[in-house]
Design a protein around this ligand. Structure first.
Ligand SMILES: Cc1cc2nc3c(=O)[nH]c(=O)nc-3n(C[C@H](O)[C@H](O)[C@H](O)COP(=O)(O)OP(=O)(O)OC[C@H]3O[C@@H](n4cnc5c(N)ncnc54)[C@H](O)[C@@H]3O)c2cc1C
Length: 544
């Protein structure tokens, strides 16, 4: 039986273009981070948004749908038997249903599969000229065009494949729950909030308690229990069940079943949101734009195609190792093997002129910046299109923790994300912003009067008084989560190589909480591979 706290994903969640509108909606757990006074300073209450999907399909029902699997080295360096790239690659391939393989170079073929459950395609054309302009600007900085960032090399700029199929989001609910074998064998309990695992006196997991329709029910398992509540939900349920750091559990009045570092060492991509003003030549302005959207809506409803089936500008992804970018020459020279390991990933989206004013409540709900910042963005958007760049720190040093905030399991947990807790992450952000400044100086960006918005931020020096100091301070204000948290129930610390929780029988975890290191890429890819991986652990044990 699958137990899910949310219900079915909404129609809106199937429309690729609508993904931003899902953040802060009822499909989102709407978590926020606990302030650490050194990051997220321009978010409301100095708390970064920490969105997670709350419906069948989990976070794949609200995410941005980019398909990047990370670098092979990310898996090898975990140095865990059964979890190297060689061990995991078959599971990535098993679920991959890449429909555009014929558009990839021949050298890519061996890295892909077209027949898996999760269908992947290119997003439809956003009809936004900034797609090609961005590629051209990056080319001027010598960033290679790489058709397949999941193939032989991971560096470069690409038009990225996405979890979209026939113009609709390909969430794991759409992929897996539609399979006949799954439909036949799986019972699904929706809107059922799991509050704890029932563990008997011999430390054997027997079942789970759930709250559904205000009723508390215990569901017993015939064989075993697998927690897949994600990097926040899983540690919360474990701690409520007495599995976690003994001192914390005792402090909360919970008797300890297994003393484990649950909730520790959370790693997440983090980024400074960088806003670029551009002329809006070639793109309709917003009022005209909104009225001209009616045919786009009709086109989408009729054929699931057109701009609504696009991911706006976000179908471009850039991965580079900033150590291989010459900041004096303004040229990338990634020709050594150490350059193959990216430390920055850039994604971006485009906002039509005037759109922030028209959709301010939605923007506020989705992004969570305070009014002081939003007002400045709105003003810049009065006469300019905006490109919002998100240069992610791919290998952050800062680590966070998840703890219970209350003994009441229905209350959200305390997420100490601790972004920028390590100064090296700030320096990496400054490097990324400097790279973007160079991008603004390329011919094509200059031609369209592109410039980075220097927000006026309390406590930050003026930009002209000290560029680097300004950007350091900026990074601490405009911090944003990459929404890729991992590691809160890590392999070999909380679970063994077969994902069994130490000290409790018949209990496993299969989600991103088990991933020991964060990957150089977007994490849905790994969470699905972990799901495929556990299938073999279970079936191999059934048939020794
Ligand atoms: C805004 C956003 C954009 C993103 N963009 C991308 C992207 O473009 N590409 C990419 O690869 N990754 C992206 N990600 C990250 C990726 O989607 C997640 O890392 C991944 O889906 C997490 O998988 P998971 O199985 O660990 O957890 P989840 O997908 O979060 O699944 C956990 C499930 O457990 C349920 N649950 C939790 N607690 C309970 C409970 N107590 N009782 C019952 N059910 C419970 C939840 O409702 C959810 O359905 C994005 C994430 C976000 C938030």
């Amino acid at each position: 039986m699958l137990i899910e706290a949310g219900g079915d994903p909404s129609f809106l969640s199937t429309i690729p273009m609508a993904s931003l509108g899902l953040l802060g909606s009822s499909l989102d757990w709407q978590y926020k981070t606990i302030p650490n006074n050194i990051s997220c300073l321009s978010s409301i209450g100095e708390q970064c948004r920490f969105s997670r999907g709350k419906s069948l399909g989990g976070t794949t029902a609200i995410n941005h749908m980019l398909y990047i699997r990370g670098n092979r080295y990310d898996y090898d360096r975990m140095n865990i038997s059964g979890w190297t790239w060689k061990d995991l690659e078959p599971y990535f391939l098993r679920y991959e249903g890449l429909q555009i393989l014929d558009q990839y170079p021949a050298s890519s073929r061996k890295y892909h599969n077209s027949n898996g459950t999760m269908k992947l395609e290119y997003f439809d054309d956003p009809r936004n000229p900034w797609h090609m302009r961005t590629v051209e600007g990056l080319k001027q900085l010598n960033i290679p065009y790489n058709k397949d960032l999941n193939g032989e090399y991971q560096i470069g700029v690409t038009k990225v494949a996405g979890y979209v199929y026939k113009g609709e989001r390909m969430s794991t609910a759409r992929g897996y729950l539609a399979r006949n074998d799954v439909k036949k064998n799986l019972k699904v309990a929706k809107n059922a909030f799991c509050t704890e695992v029932v563990i008997d006196d011999d430390n054997i997991a027997r079942g789970v308690t759930v709250v559904q329709n205000l009723q508390k029910v215990t569901i017993y398992a015939r064989i075993e229990i697998i927690l897949s509540a994600g990097a926040i939900g899983t540690p919360q349920i474990l701690m409520q069940s007495g599995v976690g750091p003994a001192d914390h559990l005792q402090e909360m009045g919970i008797s300890v079943r297994s003393n484990l570092p649950v909730g520790n060492d959370m790693s997440d991509h983090q980024l400074p949101v960088v806003i670029v003003k551009v002329d809006h030549g070639g793109i309709v302005d917003s009022l005209v734009g909104l009225t001209s959207k009616a045919p786009q809506v009709l086109q989408y409803l009729a054929s699931r195609s057109g701009p609504l089936a696009s991911n706006s500008l976000q179908d471009i992804v850039t991965l580079i190792n900033t150590n291989c970018y010459d900041f004096d020459l303004r040229q990338y020279s990634g020709n050594s093997s150490r350059c193959e390991l990216a430390d920055m990933q850039i994604i971006q989206s485009y906002i039509d002129k005037g759109l922030v004013a028209l959709a301010k409540p939605l923007v506020k709900q989705a992004i969570g910046f305070n009014d002081q910042v939003l007002d400045q963005i709105e003003k810049a958007n009065e006469n300019h299109g905006l490109i919002v760049f998100s240069p992610m720190v791919l290998q952050p040093y800062s680590r966070g923790t998840v703890r219970l905030a209350s003994i009441d399991p229905l209350q959200p947990p305390a997420i100490f994300a601790n972004y920028l807790g390590d100064e090296r992450d700030v320096e990496q952000m400054v490097k990324s912003i400097t790279f973007l400044e160079h991008l603004m100086k390329t011919q094509i960006f200059k031609k369209h009067k592109a410039s980075i918005l220097h927000l006026n931020l309390p406590g930050c020096p003026a930009y002209k008084c000290g560029r680097v100091e300004y950007w350091r301070c900026y990074a601490r204000h405009m911090t944003y989560s990459g929404y890729h948290a991992v590691g809160t129930c890590a392999l070999t610390r909380v679970v063994d190589e077969q994902l069994r929780v130490y000290g409790v029988k018949n209990l496993r975890v299969a989600d991103l909480s088990v991933l020991k290191n964060i990957i150089r890429g977007n994490t849905a890819s790994v969470s699905i591979a972990i799901g495929e991986r556990i299938v073999d652990f279970l079936t191999e044990e059934d048939n020794p």
